[in-house]
Design a protein around this ligand. Sequence first.
Ligand SMILES: Cc1cc2nc3c(=O)[nH]c(=O)nc-3n(C[C@H](O)[C@H](O)[C@H](O)COP(=O)(O)OP(=O)(O)OC[C@H]3O[C@@H](n4cnc5c(N)ncnc54)[C@H](O)[C@@H]3O)c2cc1C
Length: 377
Amino acid sequence: MSRARLRIVLAGAGHAHLHVLQRADELRAVGVEPILVSPATFDYSGLATAVLSGALPPARARLDVAALAARFGVPHVPAEVAAVDLSARRLRLSDGQDLAYDAVSFNVGSITDAPGKLGGDGGAWPVKPLARLFALRAQVETYIREQGESPAIVVTGGGPTGFEVAAALAGLSERNGVRPDLRLVHRSAPDWAPPRALTRLAITLARRGVTKEEGEVVSREPGRCVLADGRALPCDLLVLATGLTAPPVIAALGLPLSEDGRLEVGPDLRTMGDPAVFAVGDCAVIAGAPRPAAGVFGVRAAPALVHNLGALANGSEMRPYAPQSRWLSILDLGDGTGLALRGGLWSQGRGALALKRWIDLGFLDGLRAASGEVLED
Ligand SMILES: Cc1cc2nc3c(=O)[nH]c(=O)nc-3n(C[C@H](O)[C@H](O)[C@H](O)COP(=O)(O)OP(=O)(O)OC[C@H]3O[C@@H](n4cnc5c(N)ncnc54)[C@H](O)[C@@H]3O)c2cc1C
């Protein structure tokens, strides 16, 4: 007699689910029927600023998720999860379909957490979804081609993403033969890297035409944006790097959230309010263990997630995942150099960027080799 299979829907093809897809055979062997619901392609954040700066074409940072799912025999619905009925265990998809599940795992990443009025400003450029950044590059290139100079760009947000995006946009102007016209607006003095690393970074950016302003952008008007203290800055394009939060489908679940709007999960990666709901990556956080948004956490959680999805089916013990307390992050500075950070250590230069490219291109090329996807020149 065959056992009933457990249908587990993988919502989103984030870093962890890309790994789960490749281990679908193991899951099927213990009675799981995995199904993927996600857009057909995945844009990889590790190479997003390389695309923005003009160093790489967008196709280099984009993965064919449909091909990967097909290669590992996982049915794929090219849609997004729009709503969840937890009590009926049904998903409503963006294409109007309804999908029943026994368990669901969310790896849907994050969106830009844009403040008040700026969030609803369709003319501003949020750094996520990453497809918007790729479109921003095209917009800047068109402006430079038509006007013969860089547009006045304001990047708001003083975290590593704000600095990296500003550096990438400076690189884009430089690659197109014009001097960058860029202002980076941040609310308070940055503290996300050792002070000497931040000083060196600020000097590098200033030399390339990026000025830093302390303040808060509160509105945008044609040709300028206004700060909370009344100052106005020239601004043709406003880029929002104001932090990341989980997509709206996560808050709509009605399950416990962290202060920054992510689903709270236990060490077994199940949500605190519903044992049939797993969540990993940016959209989730282990209760009491806050951490920043970074792809590496999804990658490291993936083996525990595979184990625990299988454990749900065969009744074995769940395995806890403990996020690492130190991790390597490398900012691409858009000019052939990078800033590498790990704990209190840092290094800025060409070697840092070479290491970043090796890691990021290797990650995507490994996935392409697994799926058989061939990149066209
Ligand atoms: C400009 C920029 C540069 C960055 N650079 C780095 C870096 O170099 N290294 C690093 O570690 N982190 C970087 N980050 C942070 C990084 O983007 C995130 O931490 C990381 O992508 C999170 O991975 P994830 O697996 O949670 O989700 P993601 O990688 O965001 O993947 C989530 C997937 O889910 C899909 N999805 C979304 N909503 C739904 C839905 N409702 N239903 C189905 N599918 C859905 C999305 O289309 C997406 O493909 C950067 C962020 C930005 C903005």
